[in-house]
Design a protein around this ligand. Structure first.
Ligand SMILES: [Zn+2]
Length: 131
């Protein structure tokens, strides 16, 4: 009878063992007391590891200097102003129906095609087809 080595057994305990080794070990364990004991030992070790809790000391943030504190106040005021402006803008948009914007239009010829005979050329319009 060949016993699975410790590494294979540990991976079996951790359920990271690939087939077919997984099937081989699980088939071997009920027949081998030695390996079952080892498996139990590994299991208790793993449980112990999972039970470990780490206490991590998080350092307190350094005290804000006077200058940065003023900066915080300034940025807070800026945020308040920006929020007020945004709210005002949005309510103005909501209360006002969309007003037509008057745009003055003037036709400005972009280029004047002047023929040599001093007449401005234009597109010929067929008068007969228009309704
Ligand atoms: Zn064995």
């Amino acid at each position: 009878m060949t016993h699975p080595d410790h590494d294979t057994l540990l991976r079996f305990v951790l359920q990271t063992l690939d087939e077919p080794d997984n099937a081989i070990v699980s088939g071997h364990l009920p027949a081998c007391e030695e390996c079952r004991e080892l498996e139990q030992k590994f299991l208790s070790e793993v449980e112990k590891l999972q039970g470990i809790k780490f206490h991590i000391a998080v350092p307190a943030p350094p005290r804000l200097t006077r200058r940065s504190r003023r900066l915080v106040v300034v940025s807070r005021w800026a945020a308040v102003l920006a929020t007020g402006f945004l709210l005002g803008y949005m309510t103005a948009q909501l209360s006002d129906p969309v007003r037509p914007v008057v745009v003055q239009q003037r036709l400005i010829p972009t280029r004047a095609e002047v023929s040599s005979s001093a007449f401005v050329s234009c597109q010929a319009i067929d008068v007969t087809t228009s309704p």
